[in-house]
Design a protein around this ligand. Structure first.
Ligand code: WT7
Length: 668
């Protein structure tokens, strides 16, 4: 039986007690008894033959031709999984389930921001994906052509992705929170031939004229977008849209005109399935390129086993946006490959009210819920009274992803949402890894709040020292690396093999993937991920590069120089803090501050706006002129300053500290 859920002061006291105890959590006997994996022997078995382990998992997919080589590692770091095999991703997500008689199973319970609903079955997807695939073909899209997708959380986004996969056209989905400028840039650098977008999107009760904004952005460029032939427009939120003759086509019209039958064509396992742009250490986003057979194998296996999924009875809900890797892998490909039933919600967690998620858990009887720590902390702020309004007893497993989860949020999630009976899987992975690599397996884990648990079977993750890349002693902090290829690993960075090697494989060689996180592995082998070691900031689970934000800020004509850092933030994990120096003649006014914020929103998206802008007359620089961000981080966090003797002008620091103090007192 679920324990009574506490709220208010009683909850606080209970969480403090649990925090003090610091104990680990075992699954209940009930959970264990029916868990897919209830034996720790799987680690040894996978370790004895890692490639064979993944080959066995690949057998769960439908292959047109079976592979000849499990892993071709003859040209590291360009690894090829399941070489010689061919398959089709959309067939594996849809057709084979329909053929197996599951056509009437619900794939998505879609819930609109305005309360409208749609029930989408596997048969519905089968019908729509074929038409959409033919519509793309009619527009001249061929295997290998890139198709951009900039859509809200509506069923069409899933259909669009699968239609691309069906014809071998890699999709390039851009998160709906990115600005039209960021979208158009990503279309340009990937030479997208078609862009699928919506007339309008719902944003907490308001409507954004998405298509108009994209048009304006394209028109503002001298050359427009030379490679882009067509914009396919989904009519949404009662939005009309300006349509340019000869370039723009309505989604519903082109689907209606398309042939209803589109056989799924077999592609090599290594065929590119999608590009997803993600932030790196420089201002230029990285086009992370994923293949097909390996990616699908890793995603299908982890979705099934990390979440202990029983497709016949579970109702799965991943609250991410499809525009991020979490959405690609665990809203679209994973659940569909496993023939799962999912909840898909269009809106934000606080719209139309702050209990909407729990209302939907009750309504759809969701059994597994997967979200980010930042969202859990927001829910904590709204209060345990919100979830208490609803019956959450259908839940049996919870997941967390995107950043380290602080033990208090873990315990709150466990007690308030999980009724103290649901295991929590804290899943570590990245856009680059394609799927979860480190996580407790819920039927066997001894879960420790704040730890992502052991590397999954077959995965070789280590914590190494910076200098030589040698494994550090258990308990010590170091760099997280992956020593062995895994099936979902990125193929390369789109059209940039050099940057791919440089970013991930230059530090310790071609056989050691540098993750970019610092971590500690405890004596039990459980990983404690600490955070990024590069200039990548994690704001509410959104990955941002400080360089990208800086370049948006310095584009403002009044700005002489800017340095951006990530500062720890109780709510969003990290927050953007910008130190800005204006050109001599400009005053540091609120108006300029607002303009700088606006510039970042326009260039990247609203989510990237600095939480704090600190005016500074000068920035700490080395004698060679390099900005020392480490010192800025120390200042912003109120830490004792590290070594300042290498600074060109050490007096800069005292001056800056005054500014930071002034800013802090304004905020109080
Ligand atoms: C970075 C990857 C994976 C989908 C969402 C983010 C951080 C991710 C965890 C976790 C601690 C985590 C890491 C990683 N991260 N999950 N469970 N515990 N940190 O994907 O945008 O590619 O970001 O997110 O720093 O490197 P992403």
């Amino acid at each position: 039986m679920a324990a009574e859920r506490l709220t208010g002061a009683a909850l606080e006291a209970e969480l403090d007690r649990l925090l003090g105890e610091g104990s680990a959590f075992q699954p209940s006997e009930d959970f264990k008894a029916s868990a897919l994996i209830s034996d720790t022997g799987i680690w040894d078995a996978a370790e004895a033959d890692p490639v064979g382990f993944w080959e066995e998992q690949a057998g769960a997919l439908d292959w047109n031709t079976r592979w000849t080589t499990g892993l071709d590692d003859s040209n590291p770091p360009f690894y090829k999984w399941f070489d010689g095999g061919t398959l089709n991703a959309s067939h594996n997500c849809v057709d084979r389930h329909v053929e197996a008689g599951l056509g009437e199973r619900v794939a998505y319970h879609w819930h609109g921001e305005d309360g409208s609903t749609q029930t989408i079955t596997y048969a519905d997807l089968h019908r729509d994906v074929q038409r959409a695939a033919n519509a793309l073909k009619d527009l001249g899209v061929k295997a290998g052509d890139v198709v951009g997708i900039y859509l809200p959380m509506i069923p069409e986004v899933v259909v669009a992705m699968l239609a691309c996969a069906r014809i071998g056209a890699p999709h390039n989905v851009v998160f709906g929170g990115f600005s039209p400028q960021a979208v158009v840039e990503r279309m340009e650098v990937s030479d997208a031939k078609v862009l699928i977008t919506a007339s309008a999107a719902r944003r907490k009760g308001k409507t954004a004229e998405v298509k108009q904004q994209v048009d304006d952005e394209i028109a503002s460029r001298a050359e427009g977008l030379p490679a882009l032939d067509t914009i396919l427009v989904v009519r949404h939120a009662d939005g009309d849209a300006p349509m340019t003759e000869g370039r723009d086509v309505w989604w519903h019209e082109s689907l209606a005109a398309a042939d209803p039958v589109c056989p799924a064509e077999a592609f090599p396992a290594d065929h590119p399935l999608f590009i997803l742009y993600s932030s790196g250490s420089t201002a230029k986003p990285k086009g992370i390129l994923h293949g097909t057979g390996g990616y699908l194998t890793g995603v299908a296996w982890t979705h099934l086993n990390v979440f202990d999924l029983k497709p016949e009875t579970d109702v799965w809900w991943c609250s991410a946006d499809v525009g991020w890797i979490t959405g690609h892998s665990y809203i679209v490909y994973g659940p569909l490959m496993n023939a799962a039933t999912s909840v898909m919600y269009e809106g934000a967690p606080d719209y139309p009210h702050t209990a909407i998620w729990w209302e939907l858990v009750e309504k759809y009887k969701a059994t597994i819920f997967y979200t980010a720590p930042t969202a859990i902390r927001a829910c904590m702020k709204w209060g345990a009274e919100e979830p208490a309004k609803h019956d959450l007893s259908s839940l049996r497993l919870l997941g967390s992803v995107g950043e380290p989860i602080n033990p208090k949020a873990w315990l709150w999630y466990h007690h308030v949402i999980g009724g103290s009976k649901c295991p929590i899987v804290d899943t570590w992975w990245q856009t680059e890894t394609g799927h979860i690599l480190i996580s407790p397996l819920p039927g066997v884990a001894n879960a420790k709040p704040g730890s992502a648990g052991r590397p999954l079977p077959g995965v070789l993750a280590e914590v190494v020292d910076e200098a030589e890349g040698k494994e550090v002693e258990r308990g010590n902090q170091g760099l997280l690396v992956l020593r062995r290829p895994w099936p979902g690993m990125l193929k390369t960075l789109y059209r940039d093999d050099d940057r791919f090697i440089e970013t991930y494989f230059s530090r310790f060689g071609n056989d050691t993937y540098l993750v970019g996180d610092a971590a500690r592995q405890d004596p039990d082998g459980d990983m404690w991920v600490i955070g990024r070691i590069d200039d990548v900031v994690n704001v509410s689970g959104h990955r941002l590069s400080t360089a990208e934000v800086e370049s948006a800020i310095v584009a403002h004509p009044a700005v002489a120089e800017a340095a951006v850092i990530g500062q720890s933030d109780e709510q969003s994990g990290q927050a953007i803090c910008a130190f800005v120096t204006l050109e001599g003649s400009h005053e540091t006014t609120d108006a300029v501050m607002a303009e700088i914020n606006e510039a970042v929103a326009e260039r990247i998206g609203k989510f990237a706006r600095p939480k704090r802008i600190i005016w500074s007359d000068d920035l700490p620089k080395t004698r060679s002129g390099k900005i020392m961000r480490r010192l800025l981080r120390d200042i912003a966090e109120g830490r004792a300053l590290g070594d300042v003797t290498t600074l060109r002008d050490p007096a800069v620091m005292a001056e800056l500290q005054k500014h930071v103090a002034a800013r802090a007192s304004e905020e109080d």
